[in-house]
Design a protein around this ligand. Structure first.
Ligand SMILES: *[C@@H]1O[C@H](CO)[C@@H](O)[C@H](O)[C@H]1NC(C)=O
Length: 330
């Protein structure tokens, strides 16, 4: 039964490829969004400027991790001028950065329709536009802060957690780059400044963020401190799939997938036993009453087609489920 083994192999490989998808997509996990309460009128020059700046951000992202723009199409008044920037996390590839920005801009447009300004932070990237200039200006306003709950699944107890966390944050503040990573045992930290800051401003912003993060999160197993122009985060679980209840989502997806794999394996075994039985008997009992008995080749061919379409619909299902769990984790 070489054909069947091949099919099982292809199926399982596909499942893992699909499973691998969410983790490469976790850069698009949602962190925060803000829209200005003021709206612009549709059909105005302001709207054209917004569309133009969002397009510029998307077009620029494949080749750089940071860029900023000032857009005023001909005829714009001072109040119509729009400023915008994007910043990808420093460890993203150009292609991941580009995907992240594309996704961020789409979501920003959908969530803040007709807003004068808006900002969106995803796991891997940030976009913002406004008619008030914020480019090159340090801003240490707290935009989003979050601390993990202290629970049984924590790797380290209170004192060790704090010691390791403070060591990681201390290391981060001793670095010079816009993007910084560090770790102690399982505790990892990550920091990112917007690249429109000078390196001194970046340092100042991160110091503020680190101080606030320590104060806010105490012995929590993870914490996030997002200021307007920089952020610091630490976690016992790294930064690939974590966003609050991310771990549960991953486990659930895994459980569902394992269930499906075993279900399909049983189905495939069942089908192959069935077709073997049919082959052995030579003629099918059920079909013998039908006047035209299909040839053996045709039967096998039909079997394969059914199997393919079953596998295809299951793959489709797994894919849909992944989309659902991804959406839920936002
Ligand atoms: C931004 O747009 C609003 C609404 O048109 C306007 O009142 C405000 O003055 C603008 N801000 C700047 C800095 O131009």
């Amino acid at each position: 039964m070489h054909a069947h083994q091949l099919q099982i192999f292809i199926f399982i490989t596909s499942v893992f490829l699909i499973l691998a998808h969410p983790s490469s997509c976790s850069m698009e996990s949602f962190i925060y969004i803000g829209c200005t309460p003021l709206k612009f009128n549709p059909g105005t020059l302001y709207e054209s400027n917004v569309n133009s700046i969002l397009t510029s951000l998307v077009n620029s992202a494949p080749s750089t991790h940071f860029n900023n723009f000032k857009i005023s199409l001909p005829g714009s008044t001072q109040a119509d001028v729009i400023y915008g920037l994007f910043q990808c996390r420093g460890d993203l590839t150009n292609s991941d950065c580009s995907h992240c920005i594309r996704d961020a801009v789409t979501r920003l447009g959908a969530t803040c329709p007709s807003s004068l300004g808006g900002a969106l932070q995803l796991e891997g990237c940030f976009v913002k536009y406004d008619n008030v200039s914020f480019l090159g200006i340090e801003d240490k306003t707290v935009v989003m802060q979050k601390c993990g709950e202290i629970g049984q699944s924590n790797e380290y107890g209170g004192t060790e957690m704090v010691t390791r966390r403070d060591a990681v944050l201390g290391f981060l503040s001793s670095q010079m780059e816009y993007f910084r990573v560090g770790g102690s045992g399982k505790v990892q930290g990550v920091a990112q400044c917007m690249q429109d800051l000078s390196s001194g401003e970046c340092q100042d912003c991160l110091s503020e963020a680190i101080g606030r993060l320590k104060d806010a999160c105490g012995t929590s197993p993870w914490g996030d401190m997002f200021l307007a122009k920089c952020y610091v985060r630490y976690s016992e679980h790294g930064f690939s799939s974590k966003s609050g209840k991310g771990d549960d989502e991953v486990e659930r997806t895994l459980a569902i997938t394992i269930g499906i794999i075993s279900g399909v394996a049983v189905l495939i075994v069942f089908l192959s036993i069935l077709s073997k039985l049919c082959e052995r008997k030579g003629k099918r009992l059920a079909l013998s009453s039908i006047s035209r008995i299909p040839s053996m080749n045709e039967e096998l061919h039909m079997n394969k087609i059914t199997l393919h379409s079953i596998i295809f619909s299951i793959l489709q299902m797994v894919n849909d489920m992944n989309h659902m769990t991804n959406k839920k984790s936002e």
